[in-house]
Design a protein around this ligand. Structure first.
Ligand code: ADP
Ligand code: MG
Length: 380
């Protein structure tokens, strides 16, 4: 076997081994990219993942020159370039030489940082499951052309990477699905057991009341009935929270339905598009609105709430407002009330900010501001 052929096989074997061990897409792509560069003697590499709408994310990068990596890779995360355009218009079906990279050109024009001799790059589509979903790009100082052999090797590596990404995404999806199934099962169990029992307690109390004329006993039975009805209402809301049905129709619609469920009129106002919200961010906001509306129903003494959701630049702003009794927020600071604490933790874990303003007799405003994902590439 010729030497280049043996080397090519060794490269493919090493990369396949790394990919087979990977579970996390980001970590694995970072590792495999470094490995590819070291095995081929190339200098820099980066991987774009591209969604069905054509928006891209810089999923991995290795040894980018300062001209491309300065300010946390800003040049690699914003705007479009030739390879992305070729990908989107369907003309990139195999590995290709990109003669002029718009990002490198821009870096040269800015002339602030070193390009380390990189002027061109090769680009290869990442494919898996019959769909193209990304680009593998590699470059080296002074290298203006990749020969057929090099392009073939890159194609084989890209094929391996594409298949591995599909496998990891599938495993991630299965995990999420298993979690959802478990929550659904729990919701169903709660509905079939505790919920039905509480309903029976309420009915039995009603029947018991009609069997006695004793006023004290009647009052006690009334109390049992009220308690069991409150518990039923709490259970209903818990079950709904376990199965966030309706979110598939979007946050505003889910919020309105939830209001109806707990007996609250909710005026929802949406400003701007919410399409840049990730599923996780949407679910997080949904949980916060649920708790805020629960509080409004339980504590504010009003049956109307206002929910404003606005997309402004790179931020999503959420407000839940009521004109109810209000409370002294400072007095609750440090107290073990899980609702407000949970809302704050949820917002902050997703990189957002949470604030609560309340005034006795005037009402309460919950606000959350959440940065939209920085890494999500915007189309020019
Ligand atoms: N919208 C509201 N209107 C009036 N009081 C509120 C409101 N939200 C919260 N509170 C007060 O803050 C307390 C803490 O809320 P929370 O942390 O959600 O705990 P919980 O709802 O379990 O009592 C409540 O018990 C209530 O006194
Ligand atoms: Mg609460």
């Amino acid at each position: 076997m010729s030497k280049p052929r043996v080397e090519k096989l060794r490269t493919l074997k090493t990369i396949a081994e790394t990919l087979n061990q990977g579970h996390d897409v980001k970590v694995t792509l970072d590792e495999v990219l470094k490995e590819l560069l070291s095995l081929t003697g190339l200098q820099s590499g980066w991987i774009f993942l591209i969604d069905r709408e054509g928006s891209y994310t810089l999923a991995a990068d290795a040894y980018l020159p300062p001209a491309l990596s300065h300010k946390q890779n800003v040049l690699m995360c914003e705007g479009d370039c030739y390879c992305l355009n070729k990908f989107r218009n369907g003309s990139l079906t195999r590995a290709a030489n990109i003669m002029n990279c718009k990002r490198i050109e821009l870096a040269e024009q800015l002339n602030c940082f070193d390009t380390e001799g990189i002027t061109h790059h090769a680009t290869v589509p990442l494919e898996g499951g019959g769909r193209s979903f990304g680009l593998l790009n590699v470059a080296a100082a002074g290298k203006t052309l990749f020969d057929e052999d090099e392009l073939h090797l890159l194609e084989a590596v890209a094929f391996q990477i594409g298949t591995a990404i599909q496998r990891m995404k599938l495993a991630e999806y299965e995990q999420k699905n298993a979690l959802l199934m478990e929550r659904n099962r729990l919701a169903q169990d709660l509905h079939d057991s505790v919920n039905q029992m509480l309903f029976s307690v309420s009915l039995t109390a009603k029947a018991a009341k009609s069997l006695t004329k004793d006023k004290t006993l009647q009052d006690m039975i009334d109390f049992i009935q009220t308690l069991s009805q409150d518990a039923l209402a709490e259970m209903k809301s818990l079950i709904w929270q376990l199965r966030p049905e309706g979110l598939e129709k979007g946050l505003p619609s889910a919020v309105k339905s939830y209001g109806t469920l707990i007996g609250l009129t909710v005026n929802v106002k949406q400003t701007g598009s919410l399409s840049s919200l990730s599923d996780e961010q949407e679910l997080m906001l949904w949980r916060i609105v649920q708790e805020a509306l629960n509080n409004c129903k339980k504590h504010a003494g009003t049956d109307t709430a206002y929910v404003n959701i606005a997309s402004r630049g790179k931020q999503i702003e959420l407000e839940v407002i009521d004109h109810g009794s209000g409370f002294c927020a400072e007095a609750h600071d440090g107290l073990p009330s899980l609702g407000i604490k949970g809302m704050k933790e949820r917002a902050e874990t997703s990189g957002g900010r949470f604030a609560i303003h309340s005034e006795l007799g005037a009402g309460t405003v919950i606000s959350v501001s959440l940065p939209l994902s920085e890494q999500k590439g915007r189309k020019m």
